[in-house]
Every structure is written in C-alpha cells, then in structure tokens.
Design a protein around this ligand. Structure first.
Ligand SMILES: *Cc1c(COP(=O)(O)O)cnc(C)c1O
Length: 410
C-alpha cells in the first residue's frame, strides 16, 4: 500500500547523473522549453512552431524530405508508425538483427502480418552490406528495416553501403536511429534512407516521449496510397487511397502527414510540451553544429573506454564499429554487477546500465550522451566506479582511470 501522506508530498526527484544507455539528463534549456505556456493546437503560433520543428529536424536528419515531423510517443511509437504504415499484411521485410532492437523490428513487423526474413548477426558485430544484397536478391523484399545504433550491444551499423544496395534494387530502406542520432553520423539523403525514426532521450538530450520521423517522397507516396480520411472530417475534395487501409489509427502516417501538412486535418492533439522539448533539442544540436556535437560524443566515448581499460577492464564488441555514445564493459567476475550498480546509484547518484538477453549479467553499458557527453561526467563516473569496484573486492588497477580519460581532453 502507498503511504497516503506521500501522495501529497511535493514532487522532488533526486539529482542523478544518468550515465546509462538512455534516458540521460536533458539539457537545461530543454527543461526551460518544456515549462513554457500551452497554446491551442491551431493557434497560428503553434502551427508556426510545428513548421519550425519540421525545418529543424530536416537539419538534424540531413535531409530535404518534406515529410519530416514528430510522432507523439516514445521512440517505439515512431518505429511502429513507420512499420505499420509501410508494411501491409503479406509484404516482405528483410531485417538484419544485430541486437535487441532488431528483434523489436521483427516483433512489430510480425504483428503487422508481414513476411519476415532475418539476417542474424552475432551480438557485438554488425551486418555486412553484401549479406543484405544476397538476401535482397533471394527474398525480394519490399523493405529492409535496420537499427543504426543498437544500444543493447553498443554497435553502430554502417548504413551507407546498405542504402546504396537498397537504392540499386528499388527496395525501401527504414532505420531506427533513436540511439545513434546526434552522436554519430546520420546522412539520410546521402545514404538513401527512405524512412527514419528517432527519439529524444539519447544524444539529442531531451526526455523520452517524442519521436522525430522523416520519410522520402517515394516512401510518403507508398504510404499515401493507403490513405483513409476519417468519416467525421472527410470533405468532398479528399481522395482516399486505393491500397489496403493502415491497420493502426494512431500510427497512421498518412493521417499524421495531413495533420502536419497545409490542411492541418485533425488527427491527434499535438503534444505541445513535447514539441517544445523536441524543438529545443534540435536547436541545440544545430547551433553547436553536427560535426562538433558528434566529435564531443566521440571524445567522451573514447575517454570512457580509455579509463575503463586503464582500470584493467575489458570492453565489449568490435570497437571499430562501436557507437560513439555507449560503451559495453565486462563485469569483473569477482563482483555482483547489480550490487555495484546499486551502490553507484546510492552513494554517488550515478546510474549506469545493465544489459539484456545473452549479455545480461555479463556487461554493463555506460553512456555518454547529449548533455552528459562532457569531460566532468566521464571523469566523475570513472572515479566513482573505481571506488565502488575496489570496495567490492574487484582486482582493478587503482588510480589510473581518471588520468587516462583526462589524457583525451588536452
Ligand atoms: C533506446 C532505444 C529505443 C527507445 O525506445 P523508447 O520507446 O523511447 O523507449 C528505441 N530503439 C533503440 C535502438 C534504442 O536504443
């Protein structure tokens, strides 16, 4: 039973340093943006902000795509919206699975009723473009669906070559870039990506709850063939698509495009406060500049690796394709991983991540993302982790980690 008195206490969450694989601490400016006044969804100021958000995210995605907007919900909502809107029951989808989030794409595609073929890659590796091309020739999919940064393994799937392969074979190419966007290169137009969805709570430095999505003109056209305008708002000039209706109403991207489009056809009520947050995240990214932000994530990730290795710990996976913003590190045999994480949280207020599936109990995942891709966050985390590891009797080389990490920041 909840203590009745505590229900009336002022909300006062502890100050934490969130160094896991997401969510992370938001940029202070994002908190300010979120607390701004609410306005009506058709207020010209609000529709003006919506247009600004579209422009800003074209910058973040490095695309000219007209169809660039937010899906209201966490990153998973953007994934589901893309897959349910592109895939009809019986459509073929090819999915390279490099970790947990690849399995999620399969799960969603399965619910949609698609015919799925996977390319199963050992955790800690990425999928070669040649494998994708072979399977495209054999399986003839409508869509290739991938994850860029799969936080479950910390690997960053290269997309450029797969994009070229899909383009050459006329196959649509979708990517979940939630964990990688704004911390690693992502060039939507140059890499021939047709649909990309993301979230705010990783390198974009916001809270979870909004999913930026971009669609190529061709992909938007494929989706609009399935367009169905709801009876209650349909007018004579509306054209219905001639293809199978999208199975989800909330995640119907054809309707969402109309809501963000010039007609502003009513669908949901845009999540105003989350839109403010998304707008601020994009502004911060573009002001600092993609190159600088990504370099800041790279040095933070490299410094974290240098520190962990100096302690004598081993890092997980093929380091040549590791995401800049998350490091997997083997838990020393002598310690209980969850006990160490718990004490790190209780004594230092620092959160690091556990892991899923085959890696559970084997590695921790330490993130350096968005606002926390900073030297002080890296150094504090290393110092604290070392102290707790020593207390738990781990055989680590003491006194080396912080200096090794500092060496990457001249
Ligand atoms: C963190 C993460 C998500 C998160 O989805 P939510 O619905 O926002 O929890 C999705 N995909 C990947 C690859 C992630 O790393």
């Amino acid at each position: 039973m909840e203590n009745q008195d505590s229900l009336f206490e002022t909300l006062n969450p502890p100050q934490r340093l969130l160094m896991g694989p997401g969510p992370i601490n938001a940029y202070p400016r994002v908190h300010q943006a979120i607390s701004q006044s609410l306005i009506g969804q058709y207020d010209p100021v609000m529709t003006g902000y919506m247009n600004q958000v579209q422009s800003l995210y074209r910058g973040v995605f490095a695309t000219q795509n007209k169809q660039t907007f937010l899906v209201d919900g966490t990153a998973r909502s953007g994934i589901e919206a893309c897959l349910v809107s592109i895939l009809k029951p019986g459509d073929k989808v090819l999915i390279p699975v490099i970790g947990r989030f690849g399995h999620l794409l399969c799960e969603i595609a399965q619910r949609v009723g698609a015919e799925i073929k996977t390319i199963d890659i050992e955790w800690g590796q990425v999928c070669p473009a040649e494998r994708v091309e072979e399977e495209i020739k054999r399986f003839q999919p409508k869509l290739v669906a991938t994850v860029q940064g799969d936080t479950s393994t910390t690997m960053n799937q290269p997309l450029k070559e797969i994009g070229e392969v899909c383009h050459r074979h006329g196959v649509l190419f979708y990517c979940d870039a939630t964990a990688s966007i704004a911390g690693n290169d992502l060039l939507v137009d140059e890499w021939h990506l047709d649909a990309v969805s993301a979230g705010l709570q990783k390198c974009l430095g916001g809270p979870s709850g909004s999913s930026p999505v971009t669609l190529s003109d061709h992909c938007a056209e494929v989706i609009n063939r399935r367009k169905h305008v709801e009876a209650g708002i349909r007018a004579a000039h509306h054209e219905q698509g001639d293809d199978v209706m999208i199975q989800s109403n909330y995640f119907d991207l054809a309707m969402i495009m109309d809501y963000w489009g010039p007609e502003r056809l009513n669908h949901h009520t845009e999540a105003t406060s989350m839109l403010y947050a998304a707008r601020e995240c994009a502004r911060i990214f573009l002001e600092e500049g993609a190159t600088n932000v990504i370099a800041r994530h790279k040095v933070a990730g490299d410094a974290m690796v240098a520190g962990l290795q100096a302690m004598g710990l081993a890092v997980f996976g093929d380091q040549s394709v590791r995401m800049n913003n998350v490091v997997g590190v083997y838990i020393p045999n002598e310690v209980n991983g969850d006990a160490v994480r718990g004490e790190l949280l209780n004594r230092f207020g620092i959160e690091i991540g556990t892991s899923f599936g085959p890696l559970h109990g084997k590695i921790w995942r330490i993130g350096t993302m968005g606002y926390n891709a900073r030297q002080e966050c890296v150094l504090t985390t290393l110092a604290a982790l070392e102290a707790i590891l020593l207390k738990h009797g781990a055989r680590v080389d003491a006194g080396q980690a912080v200096a090794a990490a500092m060496a990457l920041y001249c």
